[in-house]
Design a protein around this ligand. Structure first.
Ligand code: HEC
Length: 252
């Protein structure tokens, strides 16, 4: 009975249809936007899972758990690029859903939900521009043991779509409006933090306490993680900041 219960409860989660109203994003066609999309595709980890040529790869293959395939995204045979329209790309990347509204396994849309419309459009532009790769891969399947793990271990996110609030208003690009403004880190022009030197910088990164004794809230500036950086790493970041050309405060 437990076996049947596990199967049917996971099946209900995997076949649930999320009725998301997908707001279209504009997908640029110029080469600069595509190149930026390629850069985002690399540093957000898409490339690590979907492969250098976007040809897809085996994400998980375990005799006990089952197999999960990171999809071939190209227009080649076996690739979803053949059928996907712009709305389907947004639904998958932003909401973790297939075109029929059922959830994708392990595809970390919880992270990509925060991509701005512009960046998401650039990523889609890049994906659509890559050459076709013929690569037929099997469909993702979970064994009964895999389904038991899915049921019992909440810490492993099998279905990222379950964590996304599909009907909430879209967050504003970048940070929520109530976040404090991050300071200008180019030190030479306005010198907003004139008391900074290497020791002060390392102190802030380790303790979150500025030279004026102010405690920085780790919710905004996660020094509680960065405190574990080595001296050498923090010194290199300091050297890098010193070397940056001075630019005025703002977005560009
Ligand atoms: C941790 C690995 C991982 C990362 C990182 C990742 N993906 Fe995925 N992605 C997957 C897996 C696994 C699937 C297929 C899941 C399934 O079959 O249920 C998938 C599915 C997709 C799909 C839907 C394809 C289909 O089968 O309908 C798209 C589109 C997609 N990913 C794009 C992206 C983009 C763009 C990024 C980066 C912004 C990205 N992925 C990052 C693992 C990943």
């Amino acid at each position: 009975m437990a076996v049947i219960g596990t199967y049917s409860s996971t099946q209900a989660r995997l076949q649930k249809i999320y009725p998301v109203v997908v707001e279209p994003v504009s997908v640029p066609t110029d080469t600069v936007s595509r190149a930026e999309g390629e850069r985002i595709f690399g540093f957000r980890g898409c490339l690590a899972c979907h492969g250098k040529q976007l040809q897809g790869s085996v994400y998980l293959s375990d005799a006990a758990l089952g197999q999960v395939i990171a999809t071939n995204l190209t227009v080649g045979s076996g690739g979803v690029g053949r059928q996907y329209d712009d709305e389907d790309w947004v639904r998958a990347i932003r909401y973790g859903l297939r075109p029929d509204g059922t959830p994708l396994l392990f595809m970390p849309a919880t992270e990509f939900y925060y991509l701005s419309d512009e960046d998401l459009g650039r990523v889609i532009a890049f994906i659509k521009s890559v050459p076709a790769v013929d690569n037929q891969l099997p469909a993702s399947t979970l064994s009964l043991t895999g389904r038991a793990v899915m049921t019992l271990i909440d810490a492993i996110t099998f279905v990222p779509a379950e964590l996304i609030s599909h009907h909430a208003p879209r967050p504003i690009a970048a940070f929520p409006a109530d976040y404090p403004s991050p300071p200008n880190l180019t030190t030479r022009l306005e010198r907003p933090l004139p008391y900074w030197d290497e020791a002060g910088f390392i102190q802030i990164m380790r303790s979150g306490i500025t030279r004026h004794g102010r405690q920085i809230d780790p919710q905004y500036m996660p020094w509680t993680s960065y405190q574990y950086a080595t001296d050498e790493e923090l010194k290199s970041i300091w050297d890098y900041l010193q070397a940056l050309p001075a630019v005025p405060y703002g977005n560009h």
